[in-house]
Write a protein that binds this ligand. Structure first.
Ligand SMILES: Cc1cc2nc3c(=O)[nH]c(=O)nc-3n(C[C@H](O)[C@H](O)[C@H](O)COP(=O)(O)OP(=O)(O)OC[C@H]3O[C@@H](n4cnc5c(N)ncnc54)[C@H](O)[C@@H]3O)c2cc1C
Length: 381
């Protein structure tokens, strides 16, 4: 008998199943696709390791999560640097002070930065919207050059309509010229032959875990799967509106699509793993080249061209009605499946953008609740 049925086979589901297995609890993972791993799976094209859904950098402050990931597959010491094509040249992202003099109107930009140097950071955090926040940080020239076109291409709406809430995590001017994107103490990329797929395979490598692929689970067919697995507990890591037949409406997401191309003639095709293309003259927004992080020694490379506005579920649109709708689905599903045996984890079921480390942390925390429920059920039988 399997104690736990997990819907989905992404990083959240695999981390959860791994933790349960370590505690002697078996699980069945039902994954819609033919392979597990969700967004983070790595693959090969023309012998080159690449990421079909765009590049992923593991960066965290969470030591437990970092250790767990490294037990599954060793990570290298890659540190993430991003380039941006702005003002007709390739510059560093985030903006470096040392790059300002390379730009046109450098003196005006410096004057605008100096004027803002003493703006109170807390007051800035309360700016009315994303545009105001950025203008207060860097002034109009840098904002128009680096931020507005990229943001509007990304979100498909004016930057004034976006919340300032997440701006501090994404936008900065580096007075210390530190070129790396993330400050976290633990950073890297899987150094094994199969990238993140080795992380997924490592997590699933336990006889108490059974993975079934090509299975699309819905509320309608859930009972059949629960019976077949003999499961007492259900964990959903899938989108809840789709799972419940969109009966209360559809959650809004901003999607991307990455088109990957193998280039046999060069070892590297660009100067960094990610290059941002804010300009509207480019139909894509970013270009990914995983080889910078994998360090793979081979001929050829793979570039991933990222296009926005695709019908995929990548970035939740953080508006109150979407948050309320997801909560309504969670309440409804607890009621339908049973509140003591229903759990939610991961980016889709919680309608969140979360990085891999947060998603592993969520899975570990959810596994504590699941284990408590398994033990409570055992005590009652
Ligand atoms: C564009 C982008 C870039 C990112 N870059 C980074 C980065 O650099 N660093 C970082 O740390 N994080 C990054 N992330 C975040 C990272 O991708 C996520 O944290 C992680 O993949 C979430 O895993 P998950 O299991 O919650 O979701 P997913 O990976 O989406 O897995 C969900 C799984 O459930 C399956 N499924 C869905 N519905 C059903 C169903 N009804 N029945 C059966 N199976 C179903 C899906 O097929 C999928 O395999 C990025 C995310 C995005 C969108």
């Amino acid at each position: 008998m399997s104690h736990v049925l997990i819907v989905g086979g992404g990083l959240t589901a695999c981390t959860l199943a791994h933790r349960l297995a370590q505690e002697g609890v078996s699980s069945v993972l039902l994954e819609r696709e033919d392979v597990p791993g969700g967004l983070i799976r790595s693959e090969h094209m023309g012998g080159v390791l690449y990421e079909p859904h765009g590049s992923h950098i593991f960066h965290t402050e969470d030591e437990e999560v970092w250790r767990l990931a490294n037990r599954m597959t060793p990570f290298n010491d890659y540190r993430h640097r991003v380039d941006i094509l702005a003002d007709g040249q390739v510059l560093n992202w985030p903006i470096l002070l040392s790059d300002i003099e390379r730009q046109s109107r450098g003196e005006e930009i410096m004057a605008q930065l100096e004027e803002r140097k003493d703006v109170d950071a807390t007051a800035r955090a309360q700016a009315a919207n994303f545009e105001d926040w950025c203008l207060e940080l860097m002034g109009p020239i840098l904002y128009e050059r680096f931020i507005r076109p990229y943001t509007e291409k990304q979100w498909g709406r004016p930057a004034r309509e976006l919340s300032a809430q997440w701006a501090p995590r994404r936008v900065s001017v580096r007075w210390d010229n530190d070129p790396y994107l993330f400050p976290d103490p633990y950073q890297g990329w899987p150094s094994g032959p199969n990238g993140y797929t080795d992380l997924i395979d490592g997590l699933l490598d336990n006889e108490l875990i059974e993975l079934r692929t090509g299975v699309d689970v819905t509320l309608e067919n859930l009972d059949d799967h629960v019976r077949e697995a003999g499961a007492a507990i259900v964990v959903l890591t899938c989108p809840l509106d789709v799972f419940a037949g969109a009966r209360f409406g559809t959650l809004e997401w901003r999607g991307i699509l990455v088109r990957n191309v193998h280039i046999p003639h060069v070892d590297y095709a660009q100067g960094a793993m990610v290059v941002n293309y804010p300009g509207l003259e480019f139909p894509f927004i970013r270009v990914h080249e995983t080889k910078h992080a994998s360090g793979q020694q081979c001929a050829g490379t793979v570039l991933g061209f990222e296009f926005t506005n695709a019908p995929t579920r990548y970035y939740p649109i953080e508006l109150p009605h979407n948050r309320e709708l997801n909560t309504r689905y969670q309440d409804f599903l607890r009621e339908q499946i049973g509140s003591e045996r229903t759990f939610f984890a991961g980016r889709l079921a919680n309608y969140l953008y979360i990085d891999m480390d947060d998603c592993m942390r969520q899975a570990l925390d959810a596994s504590d609740d699941v284990l408590a429920a398994v033990r409570a059920q055992a005590a009652n039988t």
